[in-house]
Design a protein around this ligand. Structure first.
Ligand SMILES: [Mg+2]
Length: 184
């Protein structure tokens, strides 16, 4: 049995689309890069103070994290993992300046996967502390105080297009091959 850890934002929940649509309806956000233009995980590099303020306001929106759409194939992949006999946990870091982020994340899991899965959701700012065999995550460099027990599978997103050296997931239909490759 393999213990599989799965991130939420931009791994199974479409954070980027929600972020882009918030920018599209905000005045003064015209020059803020949209998610397909992101070159790194950091949203505020190179932005003016006014633009940074817009970004932080969007990130702090109530219900932002509860209203994300699932990424294509992700829900089915999670169910397949369980059916295949794996132990699966969702592991997500909260945006701490958003007062409803942590509870919104649990609500999202409840809405799209059900209570059984909200009990399998771990909210932590340090994913290296969580033990597992593989971690599906879109963040290129995951650091923390511990040495991870898991091998990361990088979920492809525009912002990580320059990251090398990790097994990549280019679509959820391919999750089994990615796990096999990562554990080789
Ligand atoms: Mg993520």
């Amino acid at each position: 049995m393999t213990r599989i850890l799965v991130d939420l934002d931009d791994t199974i929940a479409d954070w980027s689309s929600r972020y882009d649509s918030a920018l599209n309806r905000t005045q003064g956000a015209e020059n803020i890069p949209r998610s397909h233009q992101h070159e790194s995980f950091d949203l505020t590099t190179g932005r003016t103070p006014a633009e940074k303020k817009i970004i932080h306001a969007i990130m702090a929106e109530h219900s932002f994290y509860a209203e994300l759409q699932p990424i294509t194939g992700a829900i089915r992949a999670l169910q397949e993992m369980v059916m295949d006999g794996h132990e699966v946990f969702l592991v997500t870091s909260p945006w701490v300046s958003n007062p409803t982020c942590a509870s919104d994340k649990l609500r999202w899991v409840e809405d799209h996967l059900g209570t059984e899965w909200s009990r399998r959701t771990i909210i932590t700012s340090d994913k290296t502390m969580i033990r597992g065999d593989v971690l599906f995550d879109d963040k290129g460099e995951i650091t923390g105080i511990a040495t991870p027990t898991w091998t990361q599978i990088l979920v492809s997103q525009p912002h990580n297009r320059h990251t090398e050296g990790l097994v990549r997931l280019r679509g959820w239909f391919n999750w089994r091959e990615a796990v096999m490759e990562a554990l080789k």
